[in-house]
Design a protein around this ligand. Sequence first.
Ligand SMILES: Nc1nc2c(ncn2[C@@H]2O[C@H](COP(=O)(O)OP(=O)(O)OP(=O)(O)O)[C@@H](O)[C@H]2O)c(=O)[nH]1
Length: 689
Amino acid sequence: MWRSLPLLKRSVSLYIPCKYTTLRVNPTTSYISNTTQILIHYRPYSKSYKRNKSLSKSKKNQKPKKLTFTIPDYISVDKLSNLLNCRVQTVLKDLKDLGFKNISNSYILNKEYIELILQEYNYELPSTTSSLNSSNVYDELKDPLNPKLLEPRPPIVTIMGHVDHGKTTIIDYLRKSSVVAQEHGGITQHIGAFQVVTPVSKKKITFLDTPGHAAFLKMRERGANITDIIVLVVSIEDSIMPQTKEAIKHIKNSGNQLIVAITKIDKISNPKEREKKLEKVTNDLIANDIMVEKIGGDVQVIPISAKDGENMDLLEESIILLSDMMDIKTENSKNTMTEGFIIESEMKSAMGNVATILVRKGTLKTQSVILCGNTYCKVRSILGDSDKKITKALPSQAVEVSGWKELPHVGDEFIQVKSEAIAKKYISKREALIEVEKSADRVNKLNEERYAESLRQKEAKEKDEMDEDEEKDTETAVSGPKMVNFIIKADVSGSVEAIKESIENLGNAEVQCCVVSSSVGIPTDGDLKMAEITNSEILCFNLDNLPNDVINNKQHVTVSKFNVIYKLIETVVSTLEGNMKKMFEKNIVATVDIKNIFEFTMKKKIIKIAGCKVNNGQITRNSKVQVVRGENKDVIYEGTLSSIKHGKDDITSASKGRECGITFDDNFEQFEAGDKILVYEEVEIPRHL
Ligand SMILES: Nc1nc2c(ncn2[C@@H]2O[C@H](COP(=O)(O)OP(=O)(O)OP(=O)(O)O)[C@@H](O)[C@H]2O)c(=O)[nH]1
């Protein structure tokens, strides 16, 4: 059952056993232990639980019992009943009353479930339970913004739009460099970022060069999440296209401010025609709920040509105008600890691990220590635009930073800490939490596997009653889809992430893509071994110089190379389709009429022969046939032939117009004059996801 959280209003602490974890809601502080959940999946309380609740109420008057043991992280139901000095059947019954289903003595309870049952048994619980998890562990290092120290910062702008509508050309114009020419397949594939100074107002704007292809949606989402303003690019020639709509959907969800740039206006030189086309694009924008200025909205629409620069200054100044209205500010005092996002990371041979980062708060200086995910960086060098060495990066500035212990993940937030020791301490703390969460996942998986196993055993009992097809379907239902494994290797972590996000949800109820591992760099021996063990295909992206011993590896692992993302996705889709169950359809190639029935005796046994005439096509000794009867063509036999005769002679085939005698396999002799033999071939039906 799905319920939204606000419905759960109760006057006492409420425990909700759910599929992956237990949520504890304490309405007095509106505090939720698992902050990532908005919708929660919980088992409905049974009537008996309500009964139990009243039981609990009556227990309230009793003095709570003292716990004589430390609450373990995990425990099986039978061990817990030992500790509680109760019969295991009683604990099982009580758990069922609390809403647990499909549990047995060996079911493993996690800490929160254990606490739940202890509370039911009127034990005194320790007063605090930690709310910390791996995703919020660094939050305590963050200082809230101090309103007195706020100062303006340049707007951060992302450009979005349909493939080929001109995003890169705009960036290129702004950067005054030729990015377009260097791209594989003409698609922007990596996030970059740079700052421009506007021509008139001389103010700074930071542009995030987010890729435009649909497969990079995730990257784009990250771009937009760290962005203040989105410039939606729409070509005057094509108007709104599928990815424009997708971008609009995303912009609405992200709540970012928007400016529309209608591009390629130089392509339509006739002023009247240009006006007509601009009008069409504007109307299409309105039809897609973009509140443009024309209808009294606040979205500016700027017609531009990035090719010859027409109105590019207007676009930049419009961004400044909007950002002034938005009053974009951050804290940047001498003591402000820096915060920001990773927008790219890669290993460079001369510099080691580097990351392009975007500063959102404070000033980043060399020698500062920044913490991000499972890694940290004592900033060794900062490179600004055009790879110039600088000593500090101001708010909204994107710079390349070296000194990372490990590559940080694209889109992750970084935060400055006072020392390497603090960074290490927090990383260990986070790792420990990840371990706990992993074991919780393992326990849940184990419980699920045990439940699946009990289902399997139940199904096995019913197996005899099922026909073969039903059996296969049940198998799929119980054991889930067939997992087809892949390992992703790419040149930079942004691509690794984007490819992973793009392919890992591909599949259906029958087959499912599984990304076994994903990392930056050329496949290593470890990757090949892993691929061999897990029967994975290795997908290499933008790795142009793969060594021969990787391509022709001794493990015989398939290593595929790609430079264009959609080609990679197509390959994964076709591999998945190739792993789907083969399906065939019958293609009738000949029909034969049964005219008479003959009987003759062979070795004292009476044998029936169907006297036939081939109506069309050709029947052969190896043909697969159906014998059908009446107008409804009821199938009375399906199988193969045992002989075709002409007179007394065995023949191998009979074509249209020929008379012949036919006997069937499986001792089938229930045919009658007037029945038809349908000769068919089985043709494989292409399967699609
Ligand atoms: N005439 C003209 N051509 C343009 C203009 N903007 C882009 N183009 C051309 O349109 C094509 C696609 O432009 P890109 O900038 O690569 O488009 P994109 O949106 O970045 O494409 P992806 O990176 O594939 O998403 C290129 O051939 C550009 O030269 C423009 O304003 N005028």
